[in-house]
Design a protein around this ligand. Structure first.
Ligand SMILES: Cc1cc2nc3c(=O)[nH]c(=O)nc-3n(C[C@H](O)[C@H](O)[C@H](O)COP(=O)(O)OP(=O)(O)OC[C@H]3O[C@@H](n4cnc5c(N)ncnc54)[C@H](O)[C@@H]3O)c2cc1C
Length: 397
């Protein structure tokens, strides 16, 4: 008599979910793997959405796996289907179709949703967020009928979207004293800001939005300074919140994200979480490489292995054409550390070392040739010496 094959259910068909499915299948040829994704489009390069917004890339080119890829691995993919409830006591989930699906192992890879601050007028017509392909297409359509945009939030997503919205007049409003506050220090951000201003973008820093005004559809954004920024399109890019509702409603341990151990196991047996929805070691990463690594770990654990996820060094590359910006690790730490900064026209390079001389963070602007070596050194906690003839020439103070 043969044992019945196990069923593994994965909620969310983003990078964490799909990487988990592949890792699981490569270790377990027998189990049934069912991926349930709420979006109508199968797994795609979410991080390239600004290209779609700019009209530079056809949406179909973002899709990362062919139907054959799923077929060859016997991964059953439901697109446009939402998991609406999790019943851990009976080890089953309810789909938006009403069907209950029993699982032996379940992965929550539900990602994150845009955070929308409670600003008066935020629900007016013409106010958008950007997370999905559908969002990007809606925003693009609106941009065609607009001439002035305001982007609330000068982080990575806000800047990339603002650059993509050109040739509209675009003003970016940021509460912090400099742009990309999570990726750059003040000096690096000033170089980026000058480059973007040269392309026609405008900025209001240390600025607080009081409200978005209509009537009916958006007409302006009012700032605490008294300034009124005229706008017929507003993009709110104020960060994301982990999508934890299924886990929370089912009584799993949830902090900022769904809490997991090094195997990506949640507080409930048989249930795992990975990617933007997960909190590991007190951290919610919100970046692609972490979701990828966590997904792989979860897949291995669901196959019965005992993997150990040990965290991901945060790193980001700004995806604005002809403006190379990269940062990794801790770029602006407090305490006794040593920073080496070299700067020149449109260029900025900062290496941050701890007291033992190990590289803990870096910023590269204008020339990214050292990106790989820098990321490897930060990841390994190793010293870093620039290769002869590399971009490290001291061009200024
Ligand atoms: C415009 C943009 C630019 C970005 N740029 C970068 C970058 O340059 N570098 C970087 O590292 N990161 C970037 N990110 C972040 C990166 O995209 C995320 O970290 C990554 O996509 C997380 O992967 P994930 O699989 O955890 O979640 P997601 O990619 O969000 O996928 C989760 C999926 O689960 C689905 N889902 C949620 N709830 C349910 C449910 N109940 N039932 C079924 N399905 C459900 C969602 O619809 C979604 O499709 C960017 C994000 C955006 C939006």
């Amino acid at each position: 008599m043969t044992a019945m094959a196990r069923t593994c259910v994965i909620v969310g068909a983003g990078v964490a979910g799909v990487e988990a499915a592949a890792a699981l299948r490569s270790r377990d040829g027998d189990c049934r793997v069912r991926i349930v994704g709420a979006e109508p489009t199968p797994f795609y390069a979410r991080i390239r959405l600004p290209e779609v917004l700019a009209g530079r890339t056809d949406p179909s080119r973002l899709v990362l796996r062919t139907p054959d890829w799923y077929r060859e691995r016997r991964l059953d993919l439901d697109t446009g289907v939402r998991v609406e409830a999790l019943d851990p006591a009976q080890a089953r989930v309810r789909l938006s179709s009403g069907e209950w699906v029993a699982y032996d192992a379940l992965l929550l890879a539900t990602g994150a949703t845009p955070f929308v601050p409670p600003i008066p007028g935020v629900d007016l017509e013409g106010v958008f967020t950007l997370r999905s392909l559908e969002d990007a297409l809606r925003l693009r359509e609106r941009a065609h009928a607009s001439s002035r945009a305001v982007v609330i939030g000068g982080g990575l997503l806000g800047i990339e979207a603002a650059a993509a919205l050109r040739p509209l007049g675009v003003v970016v409003v940021e509460a912090a004293p400099w742009l990309l506050p999570r990726q750059l220090d003040r000096g690096g951000a000033a170089v980026v800001q000058r480059a973007l201003e040269a392309r026609g973008l405008e900025f209001r820093l240390e600025a607080k939005v009081l409200g978005i005004t209509g009537p009916g559809r958006v007409q302006a954004v009012s700032l605490a300074s008294g300034e009124e920024l005229p706008a017929d399109l507003v993009l709110v890019a104020a960060g994301v919140r982990p999508e934890t509702s299924l886990a929370r409603d089912a009584g799993l341990d949830v902090g900022r994200g769904i809490r997991v151990d090094d195997r990506m196991a949640t507080s409930t047996p048989g249930v795992y979480a990975a990617g933007d929805c997960a909190e590991h070691g007190g951290r919610v990463y919100g970046i692609w490489p972490a979701a990828e690594a966590q997904g792989r770990t979860a897949g291995a654990a669901m196959a019965g292995e005992d993997p150990r996820y040990q965290g991901t060094v945060p790193s980001n590359t700004l995806k604005v054409t002809d403006l190379p910006v990269f940062s990794a690790g801790d770029v602006d730490p407090a305490g006794a550390v040593e920073s080496e900064v070299t700067t020149g026209e449109g260029r900025y390079r900062k290496l941050v070392r701890d007291r033992e001389g190990r590289l803990v963070g870096a910023i590269l602007i204008g020339d990214l040739r050292e990106r790989r070596a820098v990321l490897d050194a930060v990841t390994a906690g190793a010293p870093f010496a620039a290769a002869p003839g590399s971009a490290s020439g001291k061009e200024g103070p």
